[in-house]
Design a protein around this ligand. Structure first.
Ligand code: PLP
Length: 239
């Protein structure tokens, strides 16, 4: 365990080993889902959603081998990223992005999953140009009528794709969705399938879909990234 002690106090190593167990269980379920769908066992990546989770817990998950983390609030993400600067973390933005925060988002995130308008795309392109960066993004699509959810409809998606063609500092890697919640993951499958059809139609490679309750169904339907919080860090306590 010497390698862990490089960045963790010994008393935390037990926590890391517990986390290794949860994560290896998730990886097993992910690779079985891949194989059921005839995909390579490592065809989907695990993005650990660390919203509400302390920087110390993120450090433990890093100690357990994870390198990709997702946050949904900018300020919280910036605080954690500053505390964990010495770690080699790839940060993902999975929450709704307000246009007045797009500059900070470009500074902070390797991949923004939640672009949902051509206007936001234009702002991100401008800030990326200023920062001398090509910002990788996913376009968030809303596939059901849900007032409370972010995401573009299909017409909005086409509009974003047309706009992106002229944005030199944007790279559109794929699509993301947060489908309606169902107790039974079978019912969520049509949404995952629909997102894959859209990605195929527009020739986009990455599909960010699937969370703790439904990631296996998402992988069977083609997810390349699953966003998992609860199964790694436990139930979130919203204070
Ligand atoms: C919180 C969150 C997740 C993770 O949800 P879990 O059910 O805890 O795995 C995934 N995606 C988004 C966009 C989230 O906000």
């Amino acid at each position: 365990m010497d390698f862990l002690e490089l960045y963790l106090p010994r008393r935390d190593i037990i926590n890391v080993l517990d986390m290794v167990e949860s994560i290896s269980d998730i990886y097993k379920r992910m690779s079985h889902a891949c194989m059921r769908a005839g995909r390579e066992p490592d065809a989907a990546r695990l993005i650990a959603i660390s919203k509400t989770v302390s920087a110390d817990k993120v450090r433990e998950a890093y100690g357990a081998g994870l390198r990709e983390f997702g946050e949904n609030r900018l300020q919280e993400a910036a605080g954690k990223a500053a505390l964990l600067r010495e770690l080699n973390i790839t940060w993902h933005m999975v929450g709704h992005l307000q246009s007045n925060k797009s500059k900070v988002a470009v500074e902070l995130f390797d991949l923004i999953h939640s672009i949902d308008s051509a206007n936001l795309l234009r702002l991100v392109n401008r800030h990326a140009a200023e920062a001398g960066k090509v910002q990788r993004v996913l376009l968030q699509v809303k596939l059901a009528e849900e007032e409370s959810k972010a995401g573009a409809d299909e017409a909005g998606l086409e509009e974003m794709l047309e706009a992106s063609a002229s944005f030199k500092n944007i790279q559109v890697d794929g699509l993301m969705t947060v489908p309606p919640f169902f107790e039974d993951p079978v019912r969520v499958r049509p949404y995952f399938r629909r997102l894959r059809e859209l990605a195929e139609r527009f020739d986009l490679g990455e599909l960010s879909m699937g969370m703790t309750g439904d990631f296996e169904a998402a992988i069977e339907e083609g997810a390349t990234m699953v966003r998992i919080g609860t199964a790694i860090f436990g139930e979130r306590g919203y204070a």
